[in-house]
Design a protein around this ligand. Structure first.
Ligand code: DOR
Ligand code: ZN
Length: 348
């Protein structure tokens, strides 16, 4: 039986283990929207130009920290974009610069991945170096040469090979969308986990193309079938430590979405927590919400408990039509939960 939540409750400040913050001026807006709700975030490196080396990583982190000046609880956790040409020395330098993870983008799989890895096996030495430096490998797990609905499942055998060849490498299969991915992750050792987004928990392909085309929920990997969504929900609600929250919040200006060549990405940062609370109230418990958003990801990444807490109240608000030039997920609709300003944990 789902638990009816009290009208106000408190949990540790949630973390987001997969987000896109872009760069330059818009970054300020996106950092504000994210840091209003989250304490730590794994920041994706598919900027233009990409985050490839230690100098890029330091510069990008400084820009984010500068933009987050009003949010003392917020810490960006940096990543780099894997190239098969990365040397072991460069990987060590990235680790020394404070990288938490490297992100593998198969070439052509998604936004800004033209410079991704064309032949995954050619990057095996990079994974070896990452394992030696104890970096996490984050994967956009799609084979872009397959039919669009089959791309994630087509990637799974490659993941199995990686797990076999790098038994100490911690791997996160990002934004999973299929029941087969859920099943495989469950069956693999504890070094392997997966993030789940709020949009994949709530939508199916019908919401994207079943009626009128909705470009604002077009993303990669594309939403799948109702039974896939049900498997994701079960995984998020389960007691498994392997499934945790990563929003994949991915802002694109409205003109890049409402376009004949519309970009993939859903901007969920401003509404992710209210929607997750609603989801856990309908299907789970506060303890489950806390595990999914505050505990499992940080344990996998070996981070301490948050020093901050937030309280959520049943105070409905209408999602704005725009955040700057970006249309957010659920624009114009009413969401029920409002978060407080995060506060340091008492006695912490
Ligand atoms: O929909 C997506 N948008 N999926 C990704 O993997 C990348 C992201 C982006 O950067 O816009
Ligand atoms: Zn992403």
């Amino acid at each position: 039986m789902p638990e009816h939540f009290p009208d106000t409750f408190r949990i540790p400040l949630p973390d987001d283990f997969h987000v896109h913050l872009r760069q330059d001026e818009p970054l300020r807006v996106y950092v504000h929207d994210l840091a209003s709700s989250f304490g730590r975030a794994i920041v994706m490196p598919n900027t233009t130009p990409p985050i490839r080396n230690a100098a890029d990583l330091r510069r990008y982190r400084d820009e984010i920290i500068d933009a987050a000046a009003g949010y003392p609880w917020f810490t960006p956790l940096m990543t780099f974009k894997i190239a098969e040409s990365h040397s072991a020395g460069q990987v060590r330098q990235l680790a020394a610069a404070g990288a938490y993870a490297g992100k593998l983008y198969p070439q052509g799989a998604t936004t800004n991945s033209e410079d991704g890895v064309p032949d995954i096996r050619a990057a095996w030495p990079v994974f070896e170096a990452m394992q030696d430096s104890d970096l996490v490998l984050c994967i956009h797990g799609e084979d872009p040469t397959s039919f669009v609905l089959d791309r994630e499942d087509a990637f799974l055998p490659v993941l199995e090979e990686m797990v076999r060849d790098f038994p100490r490498l911690r791997i996160v299969l990002e934004h999973i969308t299929t029941s087969r991915a859920v099943e495989l992750i469950r069956s693999l050792p504890d070094t392997v986990a997966a993030t789940i987004t709020v949009h994949h928990l709530l939508l199916t392909l019908d919401d994207v193309v079943g009626g009128f085309l909705n470009p604002h929920v077009f993303c990669k990997p594309i939403m799948k079938r109702p039974e896939d969504r049900a498997a994701l929900a079960e995984a998020a609600l389960s007691a498994s430590p392997k499934f945790f929250f990563g929003s994949d919040s991915a802002p694109h200006p409205v003109g890049a979405k409402e376009n004949a060549c519309g970009c993939a990405g859903v901007y969920t940062a401003p509404v992710a927590m209210p929607l997750l609370i609603d989801f856990f109230e309908r299907h789970g418990s506060i303890a489950g919400l806390r595990e999914f958003c505050c505990e499992r990801g940080r344990r996998f990444y070996r981070l301490p408990e948050s020093d901050y807490e937030v309280s959520y109240s049943r105070k409905p608000w209408t999602v704005p039509e725009r955040y700057g030039v970006v249309v957010p997920f659920r624009a114009g609709s009413t969401v029920v939960w409002t978060g407080s300003r995060p506060e340091p944990v008492q006695g912490g």
